[in-house]
Write a protein that binds this ligand. Structure first.
Ligand SMILES: [Zn+2]
Ligand SMILES: [Zn+2]
Length: 307
């Protein structure tokens, strides 16, 4: 964890990114992981337009609206877990994926076009965040066939619990924290090896957001070094980017160095903003972490950072 203070609060009390020498001409990197009103899990404050406006205000060169693509049932040619029964655990104690809704691709693309016209100074990429793309292979492929998406993120939010895919945060209540995280990493390796639809692996240690520190003590990356490295080797071998995620607790420079040492070639920055105010959040700190691990801005300000 990096414990440096975040500087430069504006007089509205909002946190504004500080420019660092590591950026291109003082420019922050692209935010490659942002959600708008087209994601099923966003609330009333989500707005593609307001997010673009905020990105321009911060001086971000680009944003990618990577809307959630998740499923509530298995498609005909998907790959349920070997002992799998259903997508959710189906008990009253744990809510179903009841809010999950299909992406309105047409409405989404129209909104992207409107924003591109309104914010010509900002590069606006289309995209999706594919949840468990190795399990939902054909379902994800069917969405990708509907349009040309600029950015595809691969995400694991669920692990197999009692034969069903259940959101990681809900599994912590039923199993030891350490076992949940080890299961998560094991399935993440399968995701990387079995799915080639995505170019960026999002939040590679997603469960740490929900880690039950009161019972399990502090989350320590070092306890899972071998698991991280195994995922990174698989990802580096397929020449894809690792995301530095700024909504979860920030990764350490040591963790990003493991990515570098395992052959990682590219880093993507992602705020995972679900409201306009969060776009580009903590990018000022994030660039220092990534630079400390040995990565540098890529060929232009829209590119990933590279070794
Ligand atoms: Zn996610
Ligand atoms: Zn996301």
């Amino acid at each position: 964890m990096v414990s440096r203070p975040i500087t430069t609060a504006s007089n509205t009390g909002e946190v504004a990114p500080r420019r660092t020498r590591a950026t291109i001409g003082g420019m922050l990197p692209a935010d490659n992981h942002v959600h708008s009103q087209f994601s099923w899990d966003t609330g009333a404050n989500a707005s593609m337009e307001k997010t673009c406006s905020r990105a321009v205000e911060l001086g971000l060169p680009a944003v990618a609206f990577t809307e959630h693509v998740d499923f509530t049932e298995w498609g005909a040619h998907d790959n349920p877990p070997a002992d799998g029964r259903g997508v959710d655990d189906g008990t009253a104690a744990i809510a179903l994926r009841d809010r999950v809704a299909p992406l309105d691709v047409e409405g989404y693309l129209a909104s992207i076009e409107r924003c591109r016209a309104r914010f010509p100074e900002l590069r606006i990429l289309s995209g999706i965040e594919a949840g468990e793309p190795h399990h939902f292979k054909s379902s994800v492929a069917a969405v990708l066939k509907q349009a040309q998406f600029d950015r595809v993120l691969g995400s694991l939010h669920s692990v197999v619990h009692a034969g069903r895919l259940v959101y990681t945060e809900r599994v912590f209540a039923h199993r030891p924290a350490d076992a949940v995280v080890r299961d998560y990493f094991a399935d993440l390796v399968r995701l990387v090896e079995d799915s080639d639809v995505f170019q960026v692996l999002a939040h590679c240690d997603y469960p740490r957001r929900y880690w039950p520190a009161r019972q399990a003590g502090e989350y320590r990356e070092a306890d899972y070094e071998e698991e991280y490295r195994t995922v990174f080797r698989a990802l580096a071998g397929s020449d894809r980017a690792l995301e530095l995620h700024t909504s979860s607790p920030l990764a350490s420079a040591t963790l990003m160095r493991w990515w570098y040492e395992e052959g990682g070639g590219a880093v993507s920055f992602g705020s995972d903003a679900h409201v306009p105010l969060r776009v580009g959040a903590l990018f000022d700190v994030a660039v220092d972490i990534v630079a400390a691990a040995g990565f540098r801005p890529g060929r232009d300000e829209y590119d990933f950072w590279r070794r």
